[in-house]
Design a protein around this ligand. Structure first.
Ligand code: GLC
Length: 802
């Protein structure tokens, strides 16, 4: 079933059928003032921390779902009938009530039309501001005069800490009160012990109205909703009068009512504004919105902000869904993961007090092809989270102070021990950053270590390799430590991880390139020797004829071996044998073929198979999950990105594209009842074939899938691989793509690339003509670029093996 469509002209996803299988969300603002909003206007807001700065209350995982929210009610003062500007919470019958939700880039517009009245509510956080605006336009569509009341409603938390707010009621119900002042409700916290700079008392939040006088107000949730009622039928709305009641303890709310008389065809505009500011500031903020142009200008600014980022890369392929995702939605999701990390969603409550190392270093890759300069600071931050022994700290705290951080094992350290993979993610990220930016001098930049000392980036990278080499097991492969990429896989102190071994091989190859550029002969020979040895071990010890193992436990027992009754084939070692460049052509083909035969499903390839039921070892913590769910054999979507990339690197465009389509949210737009998650957003995983809900996706928005699939599309399928010298172009596309174009902004130059595929190839060596001149190979040297460039890339003759 289909609930909406992509509107490319304005980069919006438009929900036309409001009863979506799940609340479909969007992000507003930034973590300074963040807001999550669903197509039903459900969601919450926070200042700086989703866990500790919560402003609006949201009941996770509750019935009814997706409440509370940013509700606007409309009441007909003649008939007494009432409804909401979003379909929920009132939920009028859908044959009488029309609704549309347009999720755009950091704004959402929800419109309704019912009984001759139409509304349009724009929700946004203006750029750089720490408050949110709900701009309502209400219009009388009929031929007679209408008398209506409008109610804007916000449910405040009593305590910024969402857990305290939810459960510590003997405290939090007695610390706030609300009062009304001119055009706003103020909520005051711990009034008697906080004095503000302006002489007022208490931490203040406000909910105000501009554009019409307040006819009545309510500051108390229970007074507004009424006993044994809900947001579907609040007593104050039913009555048509908020009663002008403040609250004192209990649950505070902000409800403001405006009574309007609308002539036929008349439209009025109101702005509700919500934030955590003292009264005097609230007054100033609200007065700006008395001018209706203010919000229009801010909306334009927001659109320009995003357009400026997204216009730097756009593709026009024969596949519209591919275009929607790569040009807009996957790109936007990459920014959201980059900016918000795993902070707050409808799944994450904001509790993680920092940036996960591997997640963040991976997230960075998703935006590098668009704005490498924006990624720069974050990359440096992550290097300062590397310890002098070369490992990455599993979590970089929000108040990270390089040079002073306690390390795993030291007294005062209060997070997980080292993982085997964290620092190794830096290699592809740095290589891609240098390729996009050309900033090879970054390798010389001196950055402090998390614990003590400092070194240039090149030395940081050398230490990361050394850390993995020093932590080797019986076969000389890196040990798994607390976990590798797979959080659920504990190989033990001496158990070895084949995935990390492939990552290490990739890291060595990247470092070798850097060492050659720096003419560091000693490191070159050392790395040549070490990488040759590692490759040999991986191929001698871990290859089983049609697959690579996943690991070797301390006891010597193999994980992912073909004779295992369960989990005898794992996806990541197969794709990474190719990505790392470790497998030869024949093994790479065989490993990928095994994956296709054994792991592929309609919704992507599962992470391993069969899932654990009876035969899991102690360190296989995924057995905690149901079979075909999460790390226990689901389609763990991030891994699908690596599979697409691996097939692309092999030149298997048809396979790469097949895997892409299986996991592309847009591709399932008309099967939304199965996938359930937003059709414009990647999720963390999709339930596999042993679940009765095969195809159902989970954990929306904040997931590494976004960046991994983006990289797979840009570097893999489209084949654009920037290096220090220029861009390598090597597309691997479905053979029926006869022609497509790519517009790319590259180090200040514009590239207009036309890829021609007259013979229906799916990969292979290309011929490139740059501004009329044929290049000798697939590298477009940066030095040969003009400001504006026309490139024609011709793919080879058809591959007879297709
Ligand atoms: C989650 C974690 C990520 C981990 C993955 C696999 O997505 O955020 O760090 O690599 O699960 O376990």
């Amino acid at each position: 079933m289909k609930y909406g469509y992509f509107d490319d002209t304005c980069r919006e996803y438009v929900i036309t059928k409001p009863d979506t299988p799940e609340p479909w969300a969007n992000y507003l603002g930034s973590p300074e003032y963040g807001a999550i909003i669903s197509n039903q206007a459900g969601g919450y807001s926070f200042v700086r921390s989703g866990a500790n700065g919560r402003l609006l209350r949201y009941r996770f995982n509750s019935v009814p779902a997706d409440q509370a929210g940013r509700y606007i009610y409309v009441r007909d003062r003649e008939s007494g009938d009432y409804w909401s500007g979003s379909w929920q919470p009132v939920g009028k019958p859908l044959d009488l009530y029309r609704s549309e939700c347009r999720h755009g880039l950091s704004y959402t517009v929800i419109s309704s039309s019912y009984s001759g009245i139409s509304t349009e509510t724009l929700y946004l956080v203006p750029l750089g501001k720490t408050y949110e605006v709900w701009r309502l336009k209400i219009r009388n569509e009929g031929g007679r005069k209408r008398a209506v009341s409008v109610f804007g409603c916000a449910e405040f938390t009593n305590d910024g800490n969402y857990e305290q707010d939810a459960v510590n009621l003997q405290y939090t119900q007695f610390i706030t009160r609300t009062c009304f002042h001119r055009n706003r409700i103020l909520q005051l916290h711990n009034e008697c012990c906080r004095r503000n700079a302006d002489g007022s008392n208490g931490e203040e939040r406000f909910f105000g109205l501009a554009g019409a006088p307040v006819s009545s107000w309510c500051g108390d949730r229970e007074e507004f909703v009424g006993p044994y009622r809900s947001y579907a039928n609040p007593i104050a709305v039913e009555r048509g009068d908020c009663g002008n009641v403040p609250n004192y303890g209990g649950n505070s709310a902000g409800v403001l009512q405006a009574d309007l008389d609308l002539e036929p065809g008349e439209e009025r505009q109101l702005c509700f504004v919500l934030g955590a500011h003292p009264d005097a500031e609230a007054d100033k903020i609200l007065s700006e919105y008395e001018d209706p142009r203010c919000i229009e200008t801010q909306w334009e600014e927001l659109k320009d902000f995003w357009e400026e980022k997204l216009c730097r890369f756009s593709v026009h392929t024969p596949d519209e869904n591919f275009n929607h995702m790569v040009n807009t939605w996957n790109a936007y999701q990459c920014f959201i993961t980059f900016i918000w990390s795993r902070a707050a969603s409808f799944t994450y409550c904001g509790l993680r007090n920092g940036l996960g190392f591997r997640d963040t270093v991976q997230d960075i890759q998703g935006i590098l092809h668009l704005v490498p300069e924006m990624a720069f600071e974050r990359i440096r931050l992550m290097f300062s989270g590397q310890t002098s022994c070369g490992a990455g700290l599993p979590l970089i705290g929000f108040h990270h102070e390089p040079g002073h951080v306690k390390l795993p094992g030291e007294p005062g350290y209060d997070y997980d021990p080292y993982r085997a993979d964290d620092a190794l993610w830096l290699f592809p990220t740095v290589a891609q950053y240098i390729g996009e930016s050309g900033n090879i001098r970054f390798l010389d930049e001196v950055i402090p270590f998390a614990d003590h000392g400092e070194a240039d980036v090149y030395e940081h990278l050398r230490r990361a390799v050394r850390f993995s080499l020093e932590h080797g097991g019986a076969h000389g492969l890196p040990v798994g430590l607390y976990a590798d990429w797979n959080d659920c896989l504990r190989m033990g102190e001496q158990g070895e991880s084949v995935f990390v071994a492939f990552q290490l091989y990739q890291a060595m190859r990247i470092l070798l390139d850097f060492a050659r550029i720096r003419k560091d002969g000693d490191t070159v020979s050392e790395l040549e020797e070490q990488s040759r040895k590692l490759r040999k071990t991986l191929n001698d010890v871990c290859w089983q004829g049609d697959r690579y193992l996943r690991g070797i436990r301390e006891s010597g027992e193999k994980v992912g071996s073909r004779d295992d009754p369960e989990a005898n084939l794992w996806l990541n070692p197969q794709s990474w044998s190719v990505i790392s460049g470790c497998a030869d052509e024949e093994r790479a083909r065989a490993a990928l073929e095994t994956v296709h035969q054994r792991l592929n499903t309609e919704y992507g390839a599962v992470i391993m198979d069969p899932p654990y039921r009876e035969h899991a070892f102690d360190g296989a913590r995924m057995r905690l999950f149901l079979p075909s769910v999460k790390e226990n054999g689901s389609v763990f979507s991030q891994a699908q990105g690596w599979l697409i990339l691996a097939e692309s690197l092999m030149g298997h465009g048809n396979r790469a594209y097949e895997y892409y389509r299986e996991c592309s949210p847009a591709e399932q737009n008309d099967r939304a009842e199965i996938r359930r998650l937003e059709p414009y957003v990647h999720g963390q995983f999709v339930e596999g074939p042993q679940s009765p809900h095969e195809g159902r996706a989970h954990v929306h928005w904040l997931t590494g899938t976004a960046s991994t699939v983006m990289v797979a599309c840009v570097r893999g399928i489209l084949g654009l691989r920037p290096t220090a010298e220029g861009i390598q172009i090597q597309p691997a596309v479905p053979s029926d793509w006869k022609e497509f174009t790519i517009d790319k902004f590259y180090r200040g130059k514009r590239l207009h690339i036309t890829v021609k595929n007259p013979n229906g190839a799916q990969g292979g060596p290309v011929r490139i003509v740059l501004n009329g001149e044929t290049l000798p190979d697939s590298l477009v040297p940066f030095g040969q670029l003009e400001n504006e460039n026309e490139l024609v890339v011709t793919m080879p003759g058809a591959d007879p093996a297709q």
